[in-house]
Write a protein that binds this ligand. Sequence first.
Ligand code: F6P
Length: 368
Amino acid sequence: MSEPFRRIAVNTGGGDAPGLNAVIRAVVVSALHRGWEVVGIRDGYNGLMTPEAYPEGGLIELTRDSVRGITHLGGTILGTTNRGSPIAYPTQTPDGEWIETDRSDELVEKLNAMDIDALVAIGGDGSLAIAHVLAKKGVRIVGVPKTIDNDLAETVVTFGFDSAVTFAAEAVDRLHSTAEAHDRVMVVEVMGRYAGWIALYAGVAGTADAILIPEIPYDIEKVADRVRERVERGRDFAIIVVAEGAHPIDGERSVVGKAVGQQERLGGIGHRVAEQLAELTGKETRAVVLGHLLRGGGPTTLDRLLALRFGAAAVRAVAEGCYGCMVALDPPTVRYVPLSSAIARMKTVPLDSDTMLTARNLGISFGD
Ligand code: F6P
């Protein structure tokens, strides 16, 4: 059966995650094997929406040479952005106010004008929501789930998560010795806006004393109790892992700001918890924010393999005519799921999951 495709596009959107380049390579090489051409769109959709900003063009022809030797590299050769979503584009009104407007129709026209037969969109919740809107407008699109936060539904795991957890666990390991040497409480803040996957996995693997996650509003007194219990047992130091989206029972998430066309920015919870624990326990505390270190660097072997599997599966999905879908890990296979169900909910940590039970069985406090 001959395939109707000639030219597909690929882009990367939202915050970067280790493994993006591996997906790009798998998409490009698999598509070239089928005799298709592949173009990359620069910086999410910016290469199409604002081509004038790119003197060398907003689209890049992707050849075997362009994707040589990139599987193990962090970042994305196409660039990415988490600003200027085409469905919530920052636009200034005549009276100077900034509002978000939907420019998806314009984007569909631009895709058609570029003779792009299908698009592989690699991204997180925001990018997949854009992909869903485009799919409803007739764009032949396949999504690839990416986020270090692992909060995307319908896939057991996203690529980037293992790399982030591996780095965070190593950081926790390193903090143990300095915490013990100084008899300090070390608070480690990790990314995780609405879901505490990174904090939970790194905290359990790194044998933290308390883990604070968005799913369980915490009582700081309970966390302080855990520190005091340790001190009574002669363990004069403690490690507390905090997800950036964690919040106290009677408080809100720690939001730094929100710009038009962007998600709100979080930050500050680690320092707040450290200050409160110092006050409540009388112990010396320090806060370490791992932040973007978790997104930087190359992918772990697990993430590389998952990213390559996702990229190859996305091209198979295009070839099989499965549009408006997302590739998803459902061990032992990668299957296709509707984008609508992937974006319908956020995958938070199930409180009765085995990893949560393990943490509780090991005596780790969640501040509840
Ligand atoms: O990729 C998701 C994420 O890592 C969140 O955990 C974090 O809040 C956000 O990205 C930060 O993104 P940026 O600083 O790039 O806007």
